[in-house]
Design a protein around this ligand. Structure first.
Ligand code: GTP
Ligand code: MG
Length: 284
């Protein structure tokens, strides 16, 4: 399917990248938050050079089948880079994350003590693509709502330090994307997951891209108890993706294809179609 190129680089993002570069000089550890539904496409290519990652968090683990999260975790893990699966709204996986950060803090303060310096809080930057759950994660780590968090891309507009007790200082950062999204397949997945502003793409085409992906995903990526059939009482096997959107439009949206595409996108994003991993480590 041929889509017009997807790019999204608003002014606040360009400023954030500049700001982040300055902030990162005084950061001890970087948490790169990715979306567990698309751990590959939500990898920011700049971050590897901008900030040597300390921990990768695969957030939204509730939105993918459990075994898929585990497979990604095994696939991505390196001795120097733990992978932690989280659900930032409920706080699942956070004990493990806190433990990792406490370890960094311990090492840091041992080194400071050896040099005759007073202990200080460990400084942690939370970075990643828009809407992956960075602010929600910070709120959960702090146990109170200090960072605004909402279901659309581009909520956090500025880098903001917040302090947790005496042990931890967290930097909330705006979601960033590269100025040019070279990998357009990744851009489409980011759009499907609501990680790119709706203003810059055609909802029908992105909804169709979601269905096209669902049509080819192997069973471990999709939790079979749920899905389209259960949600809309319309069996996918009888249709092509285009045909399905048309049939759904007839059934539920007065024949309006844009509305049926938007309905499927909204239901996917809210988890109403069940747990769906759009990417698997060994399936492209
Ligand atoms: N289902 C689910 N939803 C989550 C999870 N974490 C965050 N969310 C929701 O996802 C939406 C985006 O979360 P934010 O914390 O605003 O994301 P962000 O990365 O700070 O976004 P920007 O500031 O726009 O870059 C919010 O509605 C959260 O409630 C999760 O683990 N599971
Ligand atoms: Mg945010």
């Amino acid at each position: 399917m041929q889509l017009p190129p997807l790019q999204w680089y608003p002014g606040h993002m360009a400023r954030a990248v500049k700001n982040l570069t300055a902030h990162l000089q005084r950061v001890d550890v970087v948490i790169e938050v990715r979306d567990a539904r698309i751990p590959h496409s939500s990898t920011h290519p700049l971050l590897a050079t901008l900030a040597p990652t300390g921990v990768i968090v695969l957030n939204r683990r509730d939105q993918v089948p459990f075994p898929v999260g585990q497979r990604w975790s095994e696939y991505l893990t390196r001795p120097e880079r733990p992978i932690i699966l989280t659900e930032a709204r409920q706080g699942q996986g956070l004990a493990q994350l806190r433990q990792s950060l406490a370890q960094v803090g311990h090492g840091l303060n041992q080194r400071r003590q050896r040099r005759g310096m007073l202990p200080r809080a460990v400084r942690v930057a939370v970075v990643g693509c828009p809407n992956v759950g960075k602010s929600a994660l910070i709120n959960r780590l702090l146990g109170r709502r200090v960072a605004s968090s909402a279901p659309k891309a581009g909520v956090t507009r500025q880098c903001q330090w917040v302090r947790l007790g005496g042990d931890l200082e967290l930097l909330d950062t705006p979601g960033i994307l590269p100025p040019r999204l070279e990998d357009q397949q990744a851009a489409i997945y980011l759009a499907i997951c609501d990680d790119i502003s709706e203003a810059v793409y055609d909802g029908y085409l992105i909804g169709l891209a979601l269905l096209a992906r669902l049509w080819v995903l192997p069973s471990p990526a999709v939790n079979p108890q749920n899905g389209l059939h259960k949600r809309y009482q319309l069996a996918p096997q009888d249709h092509t993706p285009e045909g399905y959107l048309a049939a759904l439009a007839e059934k539920k949206c007065g024949g309006n294809l844009n509305r049926s595409a938007q309905m499927v996108l909204n239901d996917f994003r809210r988890g109403n179609l069940g747990q769906i991993a759009l990417e698997l480590p060994d399936f492209h």
